[in-house]
Design a binder for this molecule. Structure first.
Ligand code: C2E
Ligand code: MG
Ligand code: MG
Ligand code: MG
Length: 288
């Protein structure tokens, strides 16, 4: 019931965001406190190879369990953090923690070792501190970076095209893969796909959920997947919520997918179980 309370409190906080009472929630100091008091943690959403049904890894997603406001969804604090530089501290936490997890899983279950995607803001991506974390990993456990994918949005690239391109080059040389997140929602500049040499294109969930066979969306979706295939870029379908959606993404030739139909984001111990045992929903499907 603490969580339910928390949800209400978040609405309260959001409602005030635009108003002059917003300063009563001092995100700046609350976030500093959150870092010190371990209020932040990661959950993980499994990603499957759509064609084979095997779990190939997952995506780290930030969660903030506030002592008073409860579980605050990322949308309630990320945009504010992105206005300043605190987003970089969040990115540091996420990248560092994800790498620690990758290392631990690599040591414990080398045969079940899978890749991990992390979301990084534009500011964080071009920051010295993230580069330092990656470089020190590169010098100590370089193989781990081959299993790390950084997800960027078009919005964060557009903010600083030249610098981002240089950072991408450096990061790529360390073995880290790069994914373009939420494709279809922003500028969707097709030339970016080639110019920035993304390894993966993540097709936004709005495309997946609005998708119907024989619809205009379907034609666009098909064109996106074909274009990515032709450019040698892998595709991931985000927000798969039904068996039908999974099947049509498979038929379209999408490489991988994630979504509530497969699994919601789960806490670490559950995710590790999924890495080892696969997803029950898919096992049932193949059994049937
Ligand atoms: P995203 O990177 O596109 O992540 C996918 C979002 O869709 C997640 O929301 C996930 O819980 C949600 N989702 C997954 N499957 C489904 C589905 O089947 N249906 C629907 N309706 N939603 C689904 P979440 O965790 O609330 O994160 C929202 C956004 O916040 C993320 O979008 C990402 O842009 C940002 N974010 C999350 N974690 C981090 C982080 O650690 N660092 C940074 N910089 N941004 C983050
Ligand atoms: Mg993402
Ligand atoms: Mg996305
Ligand atoms: Mg998104």
């Amino acid at each position: 019931q603490a969580k339910e309370n928390g949800r209400n409190q978040v609405c309260f906080y959001q409602a005030k965001e635009g108003g002059d009472n917003f300063s009563s929630f001092d995100l700046d100091s609350e976030f500093k406190q959150a870092l010190v008091e371990d209020q932040l943690y990661l959950v993980f959403q499994p990603i499957i190879d759509i064609q084979s049904g095997l779990v190939i890894g997952g995506e780290s997603l930030i969660r903030w369990e506030h002592p008073k406001f409860g579980n605050m969804p990322p949308v309630s604090f990320l945009p504010e953090l992105e206005k300043g530089n605190q987003i970089v501290a969040l990115d540091e936490y996420v990248v560092w923690t994800s790498i620690q997890n990758l290392k631990a899983w690599h040591d414990k279950w080398p045969k079940h070792f899978r890749s991990l995607n992390v979301n990084v803001s534009g500011k964080g991506f071009n920051s010295e501190s993230i580069m330092q974390i990656l470089e020190s990993t590169y010098h100590t456990f370089p193989e781990v970076l081959n299993y790390l994918t950084i997800e960027l949005t078009e919005r964060s690239i557009v903010a600083n095209v030249a610098e981002t391109q240089i950072t991408m080059q450096k990061i790529r040389e360390m073995g880290v893969k790069l994914a373009l997140d939420d494709f279809g929602t922003g500028y969707s500049s097709l030339s970016y796909l080639h110019q920035f040499k993304f390894d993966v294109l993540k097709i936004d969930k709005s495309f997946i959920s609005n998708h119907k066979a024989d619809s205009g969306e379907n034609i666009i979706l098909e064109a996106i997947v074909n274009l990515a295939n032709a450019l040698g870029i892998k595709t991931t379908a985000e927000g798969i919520e039904t068996a039908e959606q999974l099947l049509s993404m498979k038929a379209l030739g999408c490489n991988s997918g994630q979504g509530y139909f497969l699994s919601r984001p789960v806490e670490k111990s559950v995710f590790v179980g999924i890495l080892l045992d696969g997803l029950a929903v898919l096992n049932q499907q193949t059994d049937a």
